[in-house]
Design a protein around this ligand. Structure first.
Ligand code: ATP
Length: 351
C-alpha cells in the first residue's frame, strides 16, 4: 500500500507550511508517492495560466490531494481555484475540527464545523442590474443539503459526538435555508436515539462560538456561514495557523489548512505550519479509513498530534502568532523530534 498524493504548494506562506508538514511525514516514515502540481497567483505571473493544464486529471487520478492556500488572479474571468477543485472533484463536505490548546485558546472549545462545499453563494454567479445595483445568486439544492447532512451525522457517529446543529437564517432566507432545514430534520430522523439534532441562527451561532463554545458540538452549515464561523472558531481556539480541513466527497478528498496565503508574513520564515500539519494528519486518517494506508499511518498521525500538543503546551518553540519567537523551521524540528520519540516509545509496527 503506497498512496499517491497530489501536492499543490500554493502561494504566500503555502510552500513553507506544506514543506514543513511533508518533512515531518516523510521523516517519520510515511511512504507515499508525491506528485507535485502548480496553481495559483505565482504560477499565473510566470505562465499567464492560473493552474497547470493537467491539474484536474492529476487530481482525479490520485488517492488524495494535499494543498496549501492558493491566491486566485484578481483579473476578471478567473474563478477561485480552490472552489473549482472542490466542485470538480465533488468534495461536498468540508470538515473542520477545532480543539482548544491550553494557554493558547481564549476559551475551551471542541467543535467540528461541517460546511457544505459546492453551492450557496460559491456558485459565483453575480451580475450587474444597472442603476448601481448588483445581484448574487445563492443556490440551495435538496441533494446537496441531504448528502452534507448525512456526512455530518455519519461523522458524529464515527467520531463519538453527541449532537449536530444546523446553522441557518431561515427567518430571512425562507426558501434556500428553509430547504436545508427541512432536509436536515429528514436526515436527523434516521439517527434518532443516537445523535441529537437541533438548529440555530447563524448570528446566534457566532455569539455562542465566542461566548459559550463549550456548549457546541458538530455545526452543519451552508457554504458561506461555514467559512465565516470557521475563522471565528479559529480565533477563539487560538490562531488561524492551527487548524486544517478535509474536503470529502464520495470518490475524492482534498486536505488543506483553513487559513489563506497570509501575504503579510510570507517569506519571513515565521508562518505557523500547525494548520498544514493538522491537514496532513486528517489525510493520514482518511487514507487509512479508505484502506489505502496501513496501520503505520495511524501511528504517525497519532504521534504527530501528540507532538504538536506537547510542543504548544511547553511553549518553548512557539511561532509569533502564538506569542513566541520561533521560526517555521524551529517549530517543525521541535514537532519532528517529539513525534519521533513518541513513535520510538509506543508505535513502530510496520504497515
Ligand atoms: P484569504 O482571503 O486567502 O483567506 P486572508 O488574508 O483574508 O486570506 P489569511 O491569509 O488566513 O486571510 O490571514 C489572516 C490573518 O491570519 C493574517 O494576519 C495572517 O498573517 C494570519 N495567519 C494566517 N495563517 C497563518 C499562519 N499559518 N501562521 C501565522 N499567521 C497566520
Amino acid at each position: 500500500m503506497r498512496p499517491k498524493i497530489l501536492v499543490i504548494k500554493g502561494d504566500g506562506i503555502g510552500p513553507a507550511v506544506v514543506s514543513s508538514a511533508l518533512t515531518i511525514l516523510t521523516e517519520l516514515g510515511f511512504d507515499a508517492e508525491f506528485v507535485f502540481a502548480d496553481a495559483g497567483l505565482d504560477y499565473y505571473r510566470r505562465t499567464g495560466r492560473p493552474f497547470q493544464p493537467d491539474l484536474l486529471d492529476l487530481a482525479r487520478s490520485v488517492d488524495a490531494v494535499y494543498k496549501g492556500p492558493i491566491d486566485t488572479p484578481k483579473a476578471s474571468g478567473y474563478r477561485s481555484i480552490t472552489v473549482m477543485l472542490r466542485k470538480e472533484l465533488d468534495l461536498y463536505a468540508n470538515i473542520r475540527p477545532f480543539r482548544s490548546y491550553p494557554r493558547i485558546s481564549l476559551r475551551e472549545i471542541d467543535v467540528v464545523i461541517v460546511r457544505e462545499n459546492t453551492e450557496g453563494l460559491y456558485v459565483e454567479a453575480e451580475t450587474m442590474l444597472g442603476r448601481g445595483q448588483a445581484v448574487a445568486l445563492r443556490l440551495a439544492s435538496r441533494r446537496a443539503a441531504r448528502r452534507v447532512a448525512e456526512a455530518a451525522f455519519n461523522l458524529a457517529i464515527q467520531w463519538g459526538r453527541r449532537r449536530v446543529t444546523l446553522i441557518h437564517k431561515a427567518s430571512i432566507l425562507k426558501l434556500t435555508d428553509g430547504l436545508y432545514l427541512e432536509e436536515f430534520y429528514n436526515v436527523a430522523k434516521r439517527f434518532e436515539g443516537r445523535i441529537e439534532a437541533d438548529d440555530a441562527f447563524v448570528d446566534a451561532a457566532g455569539y455562542f462560538l465566542v461566548k459559550y463554545p463549550e456548549r457546541l458540538d458538530v455545526l452543519l452549515t451552508p457554504n458561506l456561514y461555514g467559512d465565516i464561523l470557521s475563522d471565528v472558531a479559529a480565533g477563539v481556539a487560538g490562531s488561524m495557523g492551527l487548524y486544517g480541513s478535509a474536503n470529502i466527497g464520495d470518490r475524492h478528498a482534498m486536505f488543506e489548512p483553513i487559513h489563506g496565503t497570509a501575504r503579510d508574513i510570507a517569506g519571513k520564515g515565521i508562518a505557523n505550519p500547525t494548520a498544514a500539519i493538522h491537514a496532513a494528519v486528517l489525510m493520514l486518517r482518511w487514507l487509512t479509513e479508505r484502506g489505502v494506508c496501513g496501520r503505520r499511518c495511524i501511528e504517525i498521525a497519532e504521534a504527530v498530534e501528540k507532538a504538536v500538543q506537547e510542543v504548544i503546551r511547553e511553549g518553548k518553540h512557539l511561532t509569533p502568532d502564538l506569542g513566541g519567537s520561533a521560526t517555521t523551521s524551529e517549530y517543525t524540528a521541535a514537532v519532528l523530534e517529539k513525534a519521533s520519540a513518541i513513535l520510538e516509545d509506543g508505535g513502530g509496527e510496520e504497515a
